[in-house]
Design a protein around this ligand. Structure first.
Ligand code: ADP
Length: 256
């Protein structure tokens, strides 16, 4: 499965063009980091790819299928979404939450296969101990892992993450990125991750798309894109970029 977004433009109101003329491609197994300042259009781009927002211009293809013309239930077979941890969540159990990931595949009843897929994902993500707990009784990190499990139970081709590690401690951040990497390698999932931590992005993403004022400023490998000049232009920040085990490492210095 090959994802191809072309010339995406979305305007909320007459005055706010949130994303403008954004094009990119993603191959199976690729992890793409969406980076850029607050308000640069990352969430809007994710919502356009998910079909939550209908772009006024542009197309999104997954192989030969036009995602923008697809019914939501069909789209949910291909794309899954891991929202920010701040989303209000219902007071149901972890198992039930993961089961909702099977909804696009289910009829009115839950088939044995759906239960089995959920059980497998729960074990894979080491959530067994939490399976019967209520979602609203979990810590932020635990809840975030459940939201990832729900997306995996959906068995999509593409997963979109909106700042998935924002509220996680460093251990859970690493755990989540390792999981994204494992699914990219083992299942050839395309992952598109809005992320603020440039050092984690450099370590785990194959490619970074830098947005600025709703436009694609640059895209390329972390080595190609993480430069002092780019950080100056995009974030108005002076930073030192060093090389750490072959990967760029960003040390923010001063605000310009
Ligand atoms: P990011 O995710 O990079 O922080 P967003 O996609 O949320 O950026 O926002 C991009 C731009 O669109 C910003 O200027 C923001 O103010 C605007 N915007 C976002 N949501 C809305 C909305 N619901 N109505 C009007 N403008 C919006």
């Amino acid at each position: 499965m090959h994802l191809h977004a072309e010339n995406l433009t979305y305007t909320y109101t007459r005055h706010t063009t949130a994303i403008s003329d954004i094009s990119f491609e993603a191959c199976p197994g690729e992890i793409i980091g969406l980076v850029g300042p607050n308000g640069s259009g990352k969430s809007t781009l994710i919502k356009c790819l998910l079909g939550i927002l209908k772009p006024q211009q542009g197309t999104v293809y997954l192989n030969s299928q036009n995602l923008l013309k697809m019914l939501p239930v069909k789209l949910a077979h291909l794309l899954a979404y891991v929202p920010q941890n701040t989303e209000r969540l219902p007071a149901i159990t972890v198992f039930e939450t993961v089961l909702t990931g099977r909804k696009p595949h289910m009829h009115w009843f839950v088939a044995e296969q759906d239960r089995e897929i959920c059980a497998r994902v729960i074990i894979e993500m080491n959530l067994q101990e939490l399976a019967e707990r209520q979602l609203d009784e979990l810590s932020g990190g635990e809840r975030q892992r459940v939201l990832v499990a729900r997306a995996l139970a959906q068995q999509p081709q593409v997963i979109l993450f909106d700042e998935p590690t924002a509220s996680l401690d460093i251990r859970y951040q690493l755990e989540l990125w390792e999981l994204i990497q494992k699914n990219a390698t083992d299942k050839k999932l395309i992952s598109i991750v809005a992320v603020h931590d440039l050092n984690l992005a450099a370590r785990y993403c194959h490619r970074l798309l830098f947005l600025k004022n709703g436009r694609l400023y640059q895209s390329g490998t972390p080595q190609e894109t993480l430069t002092t000049q780019a950080l100056r232009d995009i974030y108005d920040v002076n930073a030192t970029i060093s090389n750490l085990n072959g990967m760029p490492h960003v040390l923010p210095d001063t605000v310009i």
